[in-house]
Structure formats: structure tokens, C-alpha cells
Design a binder for this molecule. Structure first.
Ligand code: SF4
Length: 227
């Protein structure tokens, strides 16, 4: 727990990516009209969840007016509005809503991290920015040693493959795809479970439905229970 706390303190003060530092602060200064009276977080967003989690969820990056505003993963935007009810239904969250850092939300057996911890323009971190941020994700993995890694979207999937040194073309991103990652000993690594990202682009178009998303969390539950 202490090491996660220490890691998150380090993440919050990071200024490794000049473009993202400038953007996160600019978004926090200008603000969206609806949030003019609020103080934006405007810093890297640390990991959030259960320090004993067996499920690690890897997203893309903070939302400009979601977690870059509230300071907590998937909190205060439409992606979180789709994610947290699903986590609640699956028993990973104590409530279906996430509006601010002090709204009483807690996660059980699940921890949320991201491929990049700062909001990128157009939701697109550059390869260099993702590389800069990768050591934080590696440390989350080292500390938590998760049984299941759920990748929300292709960027997170590719980042995990990179961390595990997998170039195998048999590992393809698809919603619901499931792979066993090998570490030094065969069949000892975590499961890698893929999901479409719960962005509005996917949820409003029907590419990702509530049923499809629920199936991911049911599967994640099954996998940790089988271990
Ligand atoms: S994206 Fe990651 S590496 Fe880059 S400034 Fe933010 S926290 Fe640091």
C-alpha cells in the first residue's frame, strides 16, 4: 500500500512531457463553461482503487473535463458514467456513481491505471509520451502483481504487450479477447482481457453495449475466482 502511495505521489508531480504539461494546465485554466466555478485538478491523474486488487484496469488517458478536472480516474465524465455502473453491477465498486474525489466511491479487488496519466490533446498521446509514462504502469504491475489485466482499448493493449515484450502476431486486440501472458515460467503470468474503451464514441454508436461491457467484468470475476 505504501509503495502505491509513494508511486502516486511521484506521478502527481511528473512533468516529463512538455506538450502534455502545457495542455493539462491550459485545460484547467480555460475550463468548460459548465465547470467555471470549479477548481480543475490539472495534474497527472494517479492510480485509484483497491491496493490489494487482483484486477488491474488500464485505460488510455485522463479526460479533459473528467479526471483532469476531478483528479480521479474516470470521474466526472461520460466514460465514467458508463464504467462505474458496470463495476458496481459486477461487485467491484460500492456505488454506481463517480462525481468527485470525495464522493465515497471505493473499489474492491480492482485498481484503475492508464497508459498516459496526463490529458492529451484530441485524446491522442504520442508514442514518446506513452513511453515516458510507461514506467509508472510497470511499477503498478510490479506492486500489484495482478491476476487479470483488463485493457480498455487498443492503446492500452499495445502498451501491455510492449511491457511484456510480446511481438507475437497471434495477440490481436478484439473486444472480449483473452490471452495468458507468460512470465519467466510458462502459464504463471496474468490474464489479459480486452474490452472496447467506454468512450462516448463507442457507447453512443452501439459499438460497446451495456451487455458487452458487463460480460467483460463477469469474465474478469470468473478469472480471479478460478485462480
Ligand atoms: S503523461 Fe506521464 S510521463 Fe508524461 S508528464 Fe504526464 S505523468 Fe509524466
Amino acid at each position: 500500500m505504501d509503495s502505491l502511495k509513494k508511486l502516486n505521489e511521484e506521478i502527481i508531480t511528473c512533468r516529463k512531457c512538455p506538450r502534455l504539461v502545457a495542455w493539462r494546465e491550459e485545460v484547467a485554466r480555460v475550463k468548460r463553461k459548465a465547470y467555471q466555478d470549479q477548481e480543475y485538478w490539472g495534474k497527472p491523474v494517479p492510480g485509484f482503487g483497491d491496493p490489494q486488487a487482483r484486477v488491474l484496469v488500464v485505460g488510455l488517458a485522463p479526460g479533459a473535463h473528467g479526471s483532469n478536472r476531478t483528479g480521479r480516474n474516470f470521474t466526472g465524465d461520460a466514460s465514467g458514467g458508463f464504467l462505474y455502473p458496470a463495476l458496481y453491477r459486477a461487485g467491484f465498486a460500492n456505488q454506481p456513481t463517480a462525481v468527485s474525489r470525495d464522493d465515497g466511491l471505493t473499489l474492491k479487488d480492482l485498481y484503475l491505471a492508464a497508459s498516459a496519466r496526463c490529458v492529451p490533446p484530441d485524446n491522442k498521446p504520442t508514442p514518446e509520451e506513452l513511453n515516458n509514462c510507461q514506467p509508472y504502469l510497470e511499477r503498478d504491475l510490479e506492486i500489484l502483481k495482478p491476476k487479470v489485466i483488463v485493457c480498455l482499448g487498443r492503446v492500452a493493449f499495445e502498451r501491455i504487450l510492449k511491457i511484456y515484450g510480446i511481438r507475437n502476431s497471434e495477440f490481436k486486440f478484439a473486444h472480449g479477447a483473452l490471452y495468458k501472458l507468460n512470465t519467466d515460467l510458462p502459464n504463471t503470468g496474468p490474464w489479459l482481457l480486452c474490452s472496447y474503451h467506454p468512450s462516448q464514441q463507442n457507447t453512443l454508436t452501439g459499438k460497446l453495449t451495456v451487455k458487452m461491457f458487463d460480460e467483460v467484468w463477469t469474465k474478469a470475476k470468473e478469472l480471479v475466482q478460478d485462480e
